[in-house]
Design a protein around this ligand. Structure first.
Ligand code: ZN
Length: 411
């Protein structure tokens, strides 16, 4: 085994330095994908990777690849990485930790002139969050061949700006083809974004897979009417119907507990006037479960309950995204477990609740993830917090797992 050691101080100061790009007064980050802040952090990332001895290339949807050559450069690269975009009021660790810990691995290898068998590539995936352009993780999905490049480029944000135009505006439409090349492996370090590791006082989550996710858009149509002169029996109030629909989503998740979750995260009420009965409501539904078959039944249940909840109103419920349950590569999962074990770090196996870029890459390459705790399980929030020691532990496990895998390849 190897005894290359990462520099926890350097990792931490890098996390704090880049957190200032789009930094918010409450200590979080607002770095929406393809924004000016995203351009600035990308420029920073490119320079830092070049300084660490890498060549940086960009593909047609803005994914960035920093490549450190290996002894046998013909081998497909071993990849590490995550994302540098954030939610509108995001934290300092979601995504950033995976990219910057990967950078710390590269810097540590460079510092001692360590030569790997395979080339190593550090990836910054575009638009993991899906906060500005939906769906989330579309650029890693395109790399994996799940979406076409044209589909990604044509997506629009809520102001009608096309992804392609936003990408061009920040100068990050690269000339590399999107995907279509083999990877030896993909490792993504990420904060857990849930409370399990902290509650059990584990430092490392050995991630065995990602639960299945389905997104829906629900439009409820009633009739806008005067709030003063329309008697209650004569109303077709879309928002009252939507309220029952939201409770139906909650009921579906409750009925499939404890692992099922269901969320309504966006609600738009039209026309949005104090004295007008709402005529139309748009809302989103996010349903998840580790098991595909259970999620199937949850969708059927949801549709039945929506029909009951929305009786008397018109509605359309469209499934806009589906991500099947993911099972990570057993060899890589084992290497992460071994790394945590040999470093003496308390660990447990865990299934990811959130989706991640790694879930798409798992379709085209051996892939796994490493989790570290975050305080109170809070994420997608400016208060997100992972300690110095937790970040350093995750980065060290990442380095050890990558090098252990590299030693299984022919130099
Ligand atoms: Zn993330």
């Amino acid at each position: 085994m190897t005894n290359v050691t990462i520099d926890g101080e350097r990792l931490w100061s890098t996390l704090m330095e880049t957190a200032e790009i789009g930094g918010t007064p409450k200590g979080g980050i607002r770095r929406l994908t393809l924004s000016e802040e995203d351009r600035r952090v990308r420029d920073w990332f490119r320079q830092a990777c070049e300084a660490a001895g890498c060549t940086v290339t960009v593909d047609g949807v803005g994914n960035m690849f920093a490549r450190r050559p290996g002894r046998n450069d013909a081998l497909p690269p071993i990849c590490m990485g995550s994302h540098l975009d954030t939610q509108p009021t995001g934290g300092k660790f979601d995504g950033c930790l995976g990219v910057l810990a990967g950078l710390e691995v590269l810097r540590s290898l460079q510092a001692i002139g360590y030569e790997t068998n395979a080339p190593i590539e550090l990836v910054n995936w575009t638009n993991e969050e899906g906060a500005r352009f939906t769906p989330a993780m579309m650029a890693s999905a395109a790399f994996a061949g799940v979406f076409t490049t044209d589909y990604v480029l044509s997506r629009q944000d809520r102001d009608g700006v096309a992804f392609a135009d936003a990408l061009d505006a920040i100068g990050y439409r690269g000339d590399r083809p999107v995907g279509g090349r083999p990877l030896s492996a993909m490792f993504e370090l990420h904060i857990e974004q849930g409370p399990i590791l902290e509650r059990e006082e584990k430092l490392i989550g050995v991630v065995t897979g990602v639960q299945a996710i389905r997104w829906f858009e629900l439009t409820v149509t009633g009739a806008a009417a005067h709030a003063g002169s329309t008697p209650m029996p004569a109303r077709r109030d879309a928002l009252v119907g939507a309220a029952r629909a939201i409770l139906a989503v909650e009921a579906v998740a409750q009925a499939n507990g404890p692992l099922a979750v269901g969320t309504v995260g966006i609600l738009e009420c039209r026309p949005g006037s104090t004295n007008v009965v709402p005529g139309e409501v748009f809302l989103t539904i996010d349903l998840r479960h580790p098991d595909d078959a259970t999620l199937d039944r949850m969708e059927t249940d949801l549709r039945t309950r929506l029909a009951e909840a929305l009786g008397g109103l018109d509605f359309a419920c469209e499934r806009i995204w589906l991500s099947p349950a993911v099972h990570f590569d057993p060899t890589l999962v084992g290497l992460v477990r071994d790394a945590a074990e040999s470093l003496g770090l308390p660990h447990r196996d865990i299934v990811s609740g959130p989706g991640h870029d790694a879930a798409y890459i798992a379709r085209v390459a051996p892939t796994t993830m490493i989790f570290v705790p975050c305080r109170d399980g809070i994420s997608h929030n400016e208060a997100e917090e992972t300690s110095f020691a937790q970040c350093a532990a995750g980065a060290q496990v990442l380095l050890n797992a990558v090098l252990a895998f590299d030693q299984t390849l022919e130099g």
